[in-house]
Design a protein around this ligand. Structure first.
Ligand SMILES: Nc1ncnc2c1ncn2[C@@H]1O[C@H](COP(=O)(O)OP(=O)(O)OP(=O)(O)O)[C@@H](O)[C@H]1O
Ligand SMILES: [Mg+2]
Length: 354
């Protein structure tokens, strides 16, 4: 059942369209992540939900009621934005108490609730400190506590971990997920970080140029992208232009690489249709000689990028650049400039029609 409903939201600034007919429903308790290039409309969407920006057209509903006419403070939404700083002259507990104070909660009761919330975010005993006496991660936790203390109906997080180093970031990802689950608060999280989106979300919404390209579970976004943009944006990919040679026989053809068998597709296909084939680099095997039972193609290795536990081998097969992910020791069988075989199974070929 939809809890937050965005319907045909458009936002224009003069002649520029920042959001173009964005519709999305979010279930109660769901953790949804907005992912997309810079300028694709993620923050604008959050600002409209929060009430800091007014949509040029479209509606926002929570629990079946339009909130479009409500001022931000009437919307009962908790917000953590990257630059939504704590009050420097207030202590941590006073910061967390602030939204309760605004809602008329007495000081005694409010400070107690604020202390409880600080414990929940792992800051028991830190309440008396001022922001400047806290680390970046601790400050983010205070901001999170402040956004959650009044039991918001929605939690909006816009790149809240952007300023943190990798270790702290991972720690906070786990923390945010834990708190979100324990409170069951419906959450929208914005990030640039794909792996963060993959690991934290119930659903990922991919934005591009003010439109939603795809909204789906993380593994569907990865394995069944509906557009070439999503396939290229998420993870590493081989995108091969092809023509369906037989929809009944599930084969497609690329002029340089020849015939491809594919296992299935999400859309109905017809003979002669132009499509894009996706093969993820980790689904391709690298070998000296052809491997029986797989589709084999010869490739000349151009570049090997080592990541320690794995390597990305980039080469040319026909006129097509192919990327192959190899694990650990497998990479030593081949050197740059050498010729090898790459091979895959039909199940690893996904047909994209847009
Ligand atoms: N007040 C404004 N006036 C004009 N254009 C604006 C305004 N606010 C945002 N935009 C434009 O709207 C588009 C969407 O901006 P938005 O901040 O939503 O992007 P974003 O997806 O959050 O990007 P980022 O990942 O860089 O934070 C951008 O092209 C931006 O320049
Ligand atoms: Mg933004």
């Amino acid at each position: 059942m939809s809890y937050l409903q965005l319907s045909d939201i458009t936002k224009t600034y003069g002649h520029f369209t920042a959001l173009d007919n964005v519709s999305l429903s979010v279930d109660k308790g769901e953790f949804v992540t907005f992912l997309g290039p810079s300028g694709s409309g993620k923050t604008t969407t959050l600002m409209i939900i929060a009430g800091f920006e007014k949509a040029s057209a479209g509606t926002v509903e929570v629990g079946g009621q339009s909130i479009s006419q409500l001022a931000p403070h009437e919307r009962n939404i908790g917000i953590v934005f990257q630059n939504y700083a704590l009050f420097p002259h207030k202590t941590a507990v006073e910061n967390v108490y602030f939204p309760l104070q605004m809602r008329g909660v007495s000081r005694t009761q409010g400070l107690r609730q604020a202390e409880d919330m600080l414990s929940l975010v792992g800051l028991k005993g830190f309440g008396h400190r001022h922001p400047k006496e806290l680390s970046g991660g601790q400050q983010q936790r205070v901001a999170l506590a402040r956004a959650l203390v009044f039991e918001p109906s929605l939690l909006l997080l816009d790149e809240p971990l952007g300023a943190l180093d990798k270790n702290l970031r991972e720690q906070m990802q786990i923390e945010i997920k834990r708190i979100q689950r324990s409170l069951g608060v419906t959450t929208i999280f914005v990030t640039h970080d794909q792996s963060e989106a993959m690991s934290m979300s119930d659903r990922i919404v991919v934005f591009e140029k003010g439109r939603i390209e795809q909204a789906a579970a993380p593994l569907d976004i990865y394995h069944r992208p509906q557009t070439s943009f999503v396939a290229a944006f998420i993870g590493e990919s081989n995108l091969i232009p092809a023509t369906i040679s037989s929809a009944a026989g599930k084969t497609a053809e690329n002029p340089a690489l020849g015939a491809f068998d594919y296992a299935g597709a999400d859309n109905a296909l017809s003979d002669g249709q132009k499509v894009t084939l996706l093969i993820r680099p980790e689904h391709i095997k690298l070998s000296r000689n052809p491997i029986e039972g797989r589709r084999n193609v010869r490739m000349t290795v151009e570049t090997i990028v080592n990541y320690g536990d794995n390597a990305l081998v980039i080469g040319r097969a026909g006129e097509v650049t192919m990327r192959v992910r190899v694990l650990g020791a497998d990479v030593v069988i081949i050197k740059e400039g050498e010729e090898c075989c790459i091979s895959w199974m039909p199940e690893s070929v996904f047909v994209i029609t847009k």
